[in-house]
Design a protein around this ligand. Structure first.
Ligand SMILES: NC(=O)c1ccc[n+]([C@@H]2O[C@H](COP(=O)([O-])OP(=O)(O)OC[C@H]3O[C@@H](n4cnc5c(N)ncnc54)[C@H](O)[C@@H]3O)[C@@H](O)[C@H]2O)c1
Ligand SMILES: O=c1ccn([C@@H]2O[C@H](COP(=O)(O)OP(=O)(O)O[C@H]3O[C@H](CO)[C@@H](O)[C@H](O)[C@H]3O)[C@@H](O)[C@H]2O)c(=O)[nH]1
Length: 348
């Protein structure tokens, strides 16, 4: 009953490893450490360093650890990079997922959970978007993920494994116990960058476009706390293990915030003002992406526990501070004082 977490040394995967460990599950991580970090894998969890496309290594890992389920996070994630290097993205996200899936079938794995993305919807015509909306990705990244969803659907039908393809909206925040967080120095995500600006690690933050058809002209996104997201995966795993049907489900909160609202939250929670500059639109950014969340609630019984923008921002800020302390050799931050989360004013 061991769970293989691919990409378990990365941002979201490391939170899944913590959620599985906290639930008492046996875990093994497969990660090539291309954007992941060995120290995000907790002590006692085996880390196999290697490529998900390496069939022999995957077969040996599945057999050696008695793997019955795979949670597959490993992949390349930067949308503009996928436009510059589509073949690299199709290789890492699609071709290597195919290899992993083939190894899973050969190794008798029963359940497969896959990190999909809101990018499969492209420029949605409705908001919130539910899972029945047309999939029409506008980037190679989104297409590479949608093709993997299709491979999963067809492989599950042919070989009897069950799967969940979870379409994440904007993942942010960090483990409230300060054990993991977004650690990649060249990360491009708004809340991470704003937290760095608040802590003086970048001189300013840019707003990419203020002329969108939204109330304040900036893009709206549905920010989901990474620890809630990990819990949704655990529920998906339990659902499949209990004999539940395969599913495709959005992961978000069903509520969006604009770039300006996010910046205001980071300034409010940190108590620090920082320079904000106007910049041109970033190519490929839809005006609004908000998840329809009926399905994940109804199918998995998922109920968010950390769905306040200020909570997400507070945890992201604390993780940046934690990274700085590690760099400086200072004592780590204490785990989150939960009363502080409860006391944080709701954003908006
Ligand atoms: N971060 C988001 O907002 C977001 C949104 C939607 C979907 N996703 C998806 O979630 C997954 C995890 O994203 P993340 O934000 O944690 O990114 P991340 O870069 O922190 O994690 C990816 C991990 O996979 C590993 N990896 C990459 N290619 C590999 C390979 N070929 N073999 C073995 N290991 C490999 C990396 O070393 C890294 O540890 C990705 O599949 C991504 O597409 C992320
Ligand atoms: O310095 C910055 C960084 C971002 N933004 C804006 O902030 C919003 C959010 O951007 P970002 O945090 O980079 O996330 P997205 O581009 O929305 O993409 C994330 O969310 C998608 C699903 O919604 C996933 O598919 C992607 O993998 C994931 O990176 C967008 O409008 C950006 O233009 C800025 O204005 N300034």
């Amino acid at each position: 009953m061991t769970v293989l977490v691919t990409g378990g040394a990365g941002y979201i995967g490391s939170h899944m490893v913590l959620a599985l460990r906290d639930a008492g599950r046996a875990v093994v991580v497969l990660d090539d450490l291309s954007t992941g970090f060995r120290d995000l894998v907790p002590d006692g969890v085996p880390l196999v360093r290697g490529d998900i496309g390496d069939a022999d290594l995957v077969a040996a890992t599945l057999a050696g650890h008695g793997v019955t389920a795979i949670v597959h996070f490993a992949g390349s994630i930067v949308v503009p990079d996928s436009v510059k290097d589509p073949l690299g993205y199709y290789l890492n996200n699609t071709v290597k997922s195919r290899a992993l899936l083939a190894a899973a079938v050969a190794g008798g794995v029963k359940h497969f959970i896959f990190s999909s993305t809101a990018a499969v919807y492209g420029e949605p015509e409705t908001s919130p978007i539910d899972e029945t909306a047309a999939t029409a990705p506008i980037s190679p990244y989104g297409a590479s993920k949608l093709m993997t969803e299709w491979m999963l659907r067809d492989t599950a039908a042919a070989h009897g494994l069950t799967y969940a393809a979870l379409r994440y909206f904007n993942v942010a925040g960090a483990d409230p116990q300060r054990r993991a967080g977004q650690s990649f120095p060249r990360a491009t995500h708004l809340i991470k960058l704003a937290a760095q600006a608040a802590l003086g690690e970048r001189p300013y933050l840019e707003i990419f476009g203020e002329d969108y058809p939204t109330p304040d002209g900036t893009c709206i996104r549905d920010y989901v706390h990474v620890s809630d997201l990990a819990r949704a995966h655990l529920l998906a795993l339990e659902h499949l293990e209990a004999g539940g049907e395969s599913l495709v489900a959005n992961c978000g909160y069903g509520r969006g915030y604009s770039v300006r609202e996010v910046i205001a939250a980071v300034k409010r929670v940190s108590g620090i003002d920082f320079p904000v500059l106007k910049a041109a639109r970033r190519p490929g950014d839809p005006a609004a992406l908000v998840a329809g969340v009926t399905r994940i609630g109804a199918t998995l019984g998922f109920r968010p526990a950390l769905d306040h923008l200020d909570t997400i921002v507070a945890d992201a800020l604390a993780w940046e501070e934690q990274l700085r302390r590690r760099r400086d050799g200072a004592a780590p931050l204490a785990p989150q004082d939960e009363s502080r989360i409860a006391a944080a004013p709701a954003a908006g």
